[in-house]
Design a protein around this ligand. Structure first.
Ligand code: SME
Length: 174
């Protein structure tokens, strides 16, 4: 890899290949860096370019992190400006962190309590990031298309979160 920016160029044809490439790129980029801001920033970019390389219209890829008890704050992301804070138990992100379960939302308009940061979003997936019982934050992807994400996205994004949790040092903000 000559330049860091080349990790944004995907050569994959299928979604599974794209997700595999994304995991390998994240591993390579985080192999000599444990800083969570740097790693999550590059990860948000890898996600943005990966989905767009397959013409999946993701309109937000990024993170919220716990910054005080029971509250998430906006972290590194790609896309339009978003809500700064989300309470645990509120919206898709707050439910993911409270329950510890990935939220795969085919249609955000049918999700009770969905927090609309962008009225154009139609589907969403949120994976909780929990390490040794500590609620670190969430990975959040939004899509303009309904049904933008499926079980394959869930499987690989959960693998990505597992890699994030082993590769990053998070401050004790929580
Ligand atoms: N829709 C999220 C809020 C965050 S934005 O999508 C970036 C939710 O309901 O928690």
């Amino acid at each position: 890899m000559g330049f860091h920016a080349e990790y944004s160029n995907y050569t994959s044809q299928t979604k599974e290949e794209m997700l595999q490439q994304l995991l390998m790129s994240y591993e390579a980029l985080s192999s000599d860096c444990t800083n969570w801001v740097a790693n999550l920033s590059n990860c948000a970019s890898l996600l943005w370019h990966g989905y767009h390389s397959l013409n999946v219209p993701v309109n937000w890829t990024g993170f919220y992190v716990t910054h005080k008890p029971d509250e998430l704050i906006l972290g590194p992301f790609q896309g339009k400006v978003a809500c700064q804070t989300i309470q645990f138990g509120k919206g898709v992100c707050g439910n993911a962190i409270s329950s510890g379960e990935t939220q795969l939302v085919e249609d955000v308009h049918n999700y009770p309590g969905h927090i609309a940061c962008d009225g154009e979003t139609n589907s969403e997936i949120v994976v909780p990031m929990i390490k040794d019982g500590v609620k670190i934050g969430v990975l959040d992807l939004d899509c303009l298309a309904p049904n933008g994400f499926d079980k394959m996205d869930k499987e690989y994004l959960e693998k990505l979160v597992a890699l994030i949790l082993t590769s990053c040092e998070f401050p004790t903000l929580h």
